[in-house]
Ligand binder design. Structure first.
Ligand SMILES: Nc1ncnc2c1ncn2[C@@H]1O[C@H](COP(=O)(O)OP(=O)(O)OP(=O)(O)O)[C@@H](O)[C@H]1O
Length: 378
């Protein structure tokens, strides 16, 4: 992933960019701490993503690819970079923007305005699907019923399925998301802290869900969040064409948590992991890549039982239980028993059918129950 390292002429401080040795450096690259110029930053940033795409054979020519577009910095930069690389390297992809409107007033409605501008700026067709249309509930309404505790479980489970449904509607072959290296390192750490081996084993995969309805890819798997924030700021893009949201991000210190965090997410546990990784990164930038590598190199013991994938009897979505998690949560909401799908599901829908269903392995039950705030799965 260190495409730039080989090109380095003079490591350490220099008056000239340590990659081209011609121009004045304008930044210390967060990933390598090299002093480099704007042009070299763009080159290495884009080239590394291109190498990740090519090296992992993420796409085939002619494929239809949906970009999960939340309107935040990661997916906004992903939409731009992917459409640039698609043009430049002739990937032959048909790209689409796919946005899920969770129905969070003052949060998603604002960021969807960014996506609508991207639709015009990048010339990519946009599909928006809302929780209200898909499930009959907005997140505002869900939070009114269940309160702040556990609402991330509803949001994460519904979003995951909504993205799959949107991808099916667009008839795409793949879905890409803007999960970056920091997100992945954080998830590795959280899965270790929670002893969630099933998720640990797949959270570092660059492509997941190949056995499900739509494979998902993460082209930013090795891209640092700080660099995603810097990228649009260095004037290769005309600053006026940048979205307001990215300009706001650039003007903030990137050492603080990113501002695009749901207003309903206290995210305490994930927040600690995030801060811990940021501290490690300050001491040693490679720490992020090393955590990802550790996650990749974990071998799952053959005695660890993995959840068996089947399909939900109610909606047909993939599930390791009789009903998928989204259907269980929805049933709870509609019956006025919102806690039904949270925590241990005794007496819940899958619990009600205990006799008819095969008892899931302990690890499967655990992996369904362990999501508090923020998805530990991609
Ligand atoms: N509402 C949504 N609609 C479409 N895609 C989404 C949505 N929420 C998240 N995603 C996808 O999942 C990725 C990771 O989402 P997460 O909620 O962790 O946000 P993030 O790390 O702040 O990313 P971003 O800056 O793109 O919002 C996003 O980059 C995007 O590709």
């Amino acid at each position: 992933m260190e495409a730039s390292e080989g090109k380095s002429k003079k490591p350490g401080a220099s008056r000239l960019c340590c990659l081209c040795n011609q121009r004045r450096p304008v930044l210390k690259r967060p990933k390598t701490l090299q002093q480099i110029c704007r042009e070299c930053f763009y080159e290495v940033f884009e080239e590394e993503i291109h190498q990740v795409i090519v090296g992992n054979r993420l796409f085939k020519s002619g494929e239809r690819v949906a970009i999960g577009a939340s309107g935040g910095k990661d997916s906004t930069v992903l939409a731009y970079v992917l459409s640039e690389l698609n043009r430049r390297h002739n990937y032959g992809l048909d790209l689409f923007l796919l946005s899920i409107d969770e129905g969070i007033t003052g949060y998603r409605d604002d960021s969807l305005e960014t996506v609508k501008r991207n639709e015009v700026q990048y010339g990519l067709p946009l599909q928006i699907l809302s929780y209200k249309d898909l499930y009959g509930w907005t997140m505002d309404e869900i939070v009114k019923m269940i309160g702040l505790k556990n609402n991330c479980t509803f949001c994460g489970v519904f979003r995951r399925q909504a993205l799959d449904r949107g991808a099916a509607l667009l008839k795409v072959d793949k879905l890409v998301t803007g999960h970056n290296a920091d997100d992945i390192a954080e998830t590795v750490l959280l899965n270790i802290l929670r002893g969630d081996i099933a998720r640990l084993s797949r959270c570092t995969s660059i492509t997941t869900g190949e056995d499900g309805p739509i494979p998902r890819c993460k082209p930013f798997k090795y891209t640092y969040e700080k660099e995603i924030v810097i990228y649009p700021s260095l004037l290769k893009l005309n600053f006026d064409t940048l979205t307001y949201d990215i300009r706001m991000l650039i003007s903030r210190s990137w050492t603080t948590s990113p501002p695009n965090v749901s207003i309903y997410s206290p995210n305490a546990y994930r927040g600690f992991a995030r801060e811990f990784i940021k501290d490690l990164e300050r001491l040693r930038p490679r720490a992020i890549l090393d955590i990802i590598k550790s996650g990749e190199d974990f071998r799952i013991a053959t005695t660890t039982k993995m959840p068996e994938q089947g399909t939900c009897e109610r909606c047909g979505y993939i599930s390791s239980q009789k009903w998928c998690k989204a259907c269980v949560l929805l049933e709870g909401l509609n019956r006025g028993l919102p806690k039904m799908g949270i925590g241990r599901a005794r007496g819940g829908v899958n619990g009600d059918h205990k006799k008819e269903t095969k008892k899931p392995p302990a690890s499967a039950a655990k992996s369904l129950e362990s999501k508090q705030c923020g998805s530990l799965d991609f």
